[in-house]
Each structure stands twice: as C-alpha cells, then as structure tokens.
Design a binder for this molecule. Structure first.
Ligand code: BYC
Length: 471
C-alpha cells in the first residue's frame, strides 16, 4: 500500500478513518516539531539535505531521494503489510491468531516495552545534536541527518502504538517521551547507554555500529510479538535500521583505512601527531561502546524476559526459523557467571535466559565487522587485530555488574583493574585528543584528515556530490 503524503501525518494505517486518533496525533505533532527544533541537529534546520523518504513499505519502492529541510521531513506512520493469516509463533498462546488489540492482562508490560523502545529513539537524536558542527565531510553530514530523521520517525512509530492502543495512559507516555532528555539529571532517558554523550564522530560511528545493532536485535525480537501492530511496525523499522549500521560499519572501516595509510606513510604506530587515530585508541573506543551496548540487553537471568516470551510479547531472534517447540518450558541455556573468583558457564532455564540468548546472537553479529576492519589492516601489511572484549568486561547491568574483569576475561581485584583501565578504555586525555581532531570539512568531495573517503556515494551519486546545501 502506497503512503499518502497529502495528509498532515503521512501514514499507511488509514488514519483518516479514525478521527479521534488522528486528532490526538495532530495535537502531538507540533510538540514533536518543537522538540526537534530544540533538541535535534543544532544549526542545520534550514539546510537542504539529500535525504531518502519512504514512499511505500514494500521492498521495491520504499525509498525516494530528494533535497529536504529537516523540519519539513515527512515523519509518518508506516507499518509493514499485514499478514491476515499470521499466528502467534511462541509461548502459551502459540498457534492462536496474532492480536490486533492489546489483551488487558498484558497491557502494562506491553506499554512498558513500547515506552522503553520509544525512549531510545529521541535519545539518540539528542546525543548527536552537536555533531553536525564538526562533520568530516558533507557525505558524512548527510548520513548523520538521515540517521537522525529516521530515529525521529521511529519515535513516531512507538507514539502511534501508544495513542492507538493504550488510551489515556498511552497519550501521557507519548508526552513524557518528549520530556525526558539524554543525560538530564532530573529526567534522564530510561536505558544507560542513552544517557552517555556522543561528543565526536568516532563515538558516533561506534554508536551506530554497536548500539544501533542492539536496536536491530531488540526490534527483531519485538517483530516476533503476538501484538501484530508492534510486529509490523518493527519490521518496517528494521529496514531503516540497516542504513544506520552501514554508517557505523563503513565509517569505522574508513578510519582504520586512513590510520593504516598514515602508519605506512610515516612508518609509525603513533599516528596521533600526524592527525590520525591510532589502532590502539580505536580498540579502546571499541571496548567502551561494545560493553555499554551489551548492557542494553538486560540481566542474563531475568524473570521479566521469561514473562515476555511465555506471554508471546517478545520472541527470540528469528523465532519462526528455530526448530523446537517454541515453549521452552524444560529447556536449558548456558549462561556465563562469576563463581569462586572465575567465570564459568552454567545451565539456566532457557526462558529466564532470553536476554542472554539475544545477546549471544548480537555478539556473533558484532564480530563480523571486526573481520572486515581486520582485513583492511592486513591488506596494509600491518600486524594488528581488533578484538571484541570479553562480555564480562566493564559491565553495569547483570551478572557482571560491579565485577572487575579484563578485556580477555580475567577477574581482577579493583585496584589492579583500575591500574590498567587507561589501557582499555578511552581516558579523558584520549577523548580530548579525538575531539581535537574534529574540525568541520564542508567542501564537497573533501574529507577530514583522520578518515578516508567512502568507496561510493549515496544513491549512486558521486562522492563529491553536494549532499548538504547550507542556507
Ligand atoms: N539501563 O530483567 P532485567 C534502539 C532495568 S536500542 C538501565 O534485566 P529486562 C536504538 C530494567 O528496566 C533498543 N536499566 O531487564 C539504538 C529492570 O528495571 P525494574 C531499545 C536497565 O526488563 C540506537 C531491571 O533493570 N529497545 O532501538 O528483562 C539508536 C531488571 O531488568 C537496563 C529495547 O530495549 C539498562 N541497560 O530487559 C536508536 C527493547 N537494562 O523493572 C535506537 C525493549 C535493564 O527492576 N526493552 N534495566 O525497575 C526490553 O526489551 C527490556 O526492557 C530490556 C531489559 C531488554 C532493555
């Protein structure tokens, strides 16, 4: 079904047929725009940006590219096509028709999950709002803004569900999504990683690689939900998410490429004085963003997670492709734990280990990027390999919260860990150095000295295309 752009709120959910809902969302819309102007990309609201906009939700025709001022971007409500035959894939309601409305007994948990998901979307826009001022190129600036407007649309996706299915509570939650802010001491965002700063482009690339990938896995497990509107909205969001991870993956690969070029040119590992980011420093940023993103999966052993699964509210990654009973009542799953000063694997009830299982899928996926980045290094003839730190390293949530574990998985005492921390995580000095590299480059086709140009442009445009035109 094509999206109707003649309406105030573009949508493919026949909003015009539900006047009450339409009015409620039309009241929320100006508040969203105020939030966007205040908390969104600073200093670029008047620029013409070469952005893609969804025109339909099917695989062929969804993206259309054109120059848009961000406040004029057509944020709307787009759900993947409904499969009228869809049945619940897992849990105690397995085999029953998917729900089109929220069952009363699951109202509170569903609302909570939708609010948690929704809260991350504007949070990331807030975290990235100053980055435009130090863009390494127009190409990168455009990618940042594409990510930002789509995160804004993902907020719309959750707000639609809250308004359409949760009555007054839902409308109140939708208001609060605009009132909490990333890093705000009084009203912070819900999840830890979304209150961290994204102060520089290196952090942005690692964030889009690691944290947006958490988004991919959470959305994929919510796409298995028995609540069909949630499933459909997540399925469409996943198609947008792919570009965000591409920005991170290729962004880091380009930094690695530039670092290797500088290493060869100057015959040194220490490329800092030559305006590059050393491989060792990149590894520290990697350690930080990976560990912070692991926390986003929740506790390894979680009764919440068991409830979500059994109720059919949240499935496993690719639930329908798994060959088991999709009930998992007697199944076990191995979970890493601290025991007697070491880390051991112990079987836990699979239902309670849902968060850990999703984290395992995530870790496997994360490792693929490292293979590509390591190839860049190898091709340059340099001996160095990036590694994912141990999952227990630098954790704040779950079994390893508060434990002192090295990146290679050794449990340490606090003093010994603290003595090594500066080798493993970016120090204030490291961060100041990286921020010092961030000087804006806005001439088409030119790139900052710490990053290589991309292999190709966006939508078959040249690399030196004018991706952003300033007012
Ligand atoms: N920070 O049983 P537990 C994205 C709380 S990213 C702070 O372990 P559960 C995106 C938890 O609330 C994807 N608190 O957790 C990416 C609970 O509190 P209460 C976002 C945390 O509920 C980039 C307690 O600890 N989507 O889309 O099984 C850019 C014990 O909870 C944290 C989702 O997360 C934390 N990290 O699982 C833009 C999906 N973790 O009840 C966007 C929806 C846990 O004791 N959310 N707590 O007060 C969920 O599925 C679940 O809420 C979680 C946590 C997986 C996050």
């Amino acid at each position: 079904m094509a999206i109707d752009y003649s309406e105030l709120i573009p949508n493919n959910v026949n909003l015009a047929d539900n006047r009450r809902l339409q009015r409620a969302l039309e009241e929320w819309q100006p508040k969203f725009l105020d939030w966007w102007k205040e908390m969104g990309p600073e200093g670029y609201q008047e620029a013409d940006v070469y952005l893609r906009t969804a025109t339909s939700v099917d695989a062929q025709g969804w993206a259309q590219f054109g120059r848009v001022k961000m406040p004029d971007y057509r944020w709307g409500i787009f759900l993947a096509e409904q499969d009228r035959e869809r049945v619940i894939s897992h849990g105690e309601h397995k085999g029953q028709p998917a729900w089109q409305e929220v069952p009363g007994e699951y109202r509170a948990v569903l609302r909570r999950l939708i609010v948690t998901q929704g809260d991350t979307e504007p949070a990331s826009v807030e975290q990235q709002r100053l980055l435009g001022q130090t863009c390494p190129s127009l190409y990168d600036l455009r990618n940042l803004f594409q990510v930002n407007v789509e995160e804004g649309r993902h907020l719309w996706a959750m707000v639609y569900l809250l308004h359409a299915h949760f009555g007054r509570d839902g409308r109140e939650e939708a208001e609060e999504l605009l009132q909490r802010h990333s890093g705000d001491t009084d009203k912070p965002r819900i999840l830890g990683a979304f209150n961290e700063k994204t102060p520089d482009w290196l952090s942005f690339f690692f964030f889009t690689y690691f944290t947006d990938r958490d988004g991919k896995y959470q959305l994929a497990s919510l796409a298995e939900s028995a609540f069909d509107p949630l499933s459909r909205t997540c399925r469409f969001m996943l198609t947008e998410e792919a570009h965000h991870m591409f920005v991170g993956d290729t962004g880091i690969a380009r930094v690695v490429q530039r670092t290797c070029d500088l290493m060869r040119e100057h015959r040194t590992d220490d490329v800092g004085p030559h305006g590059g980011v050393s491989l060792a420093l990149l590894q520290k940023y990697l350690n930080f963003h990976f560990s912070v993103s692991l926390d986003l999966f929740g506790s390894e052993v979680s009764s919440n997670a068991a409830t979500y699964y059994t109720a059919g509210i949240k499935g496993r990654f690719e639930e329908t492709k798994k060959d088991d009973d999709h009930l998992l009542k007697d199944a076990a799953y191995p979970v890493a734990q601290l025991r007697d000063g070491g880390i051991v694997m112990a079987d836990m009830p699979a239902l309670n280990a849902m968060n850990e299982r999703l984290r395992d899928d995530y870790v496997t996926d994360c490792a693929r990027g490292l293979v590509r980045w390591n190839q860049v290094i190898k091709r340059a003839g340099i001996e160095f390999e990036f590694r994912l730190p141990h999952r227990a390293f630098h954790r704040q949530i779950g079994n390893f919260a508060g434990a002192q574990v090295s990146p290679d998985g050794q449990v340490m005492d606090a003093a010994a860990w603290a003595a090594r921390a500066a080798d493993w995580l970016p120090t204030d000095e490291d961060r100041a150095f990286v921020i010092g590299l961030m000087r804006p480059v806005t001439e088409p086709g030119k790139f900052a000295g710490w990053i290589a140009p991309p292999a190709r442009g966006i939508n078959n445009q040249a690399v030196n295309f004018e991706y952003v035109r300033f007012a």
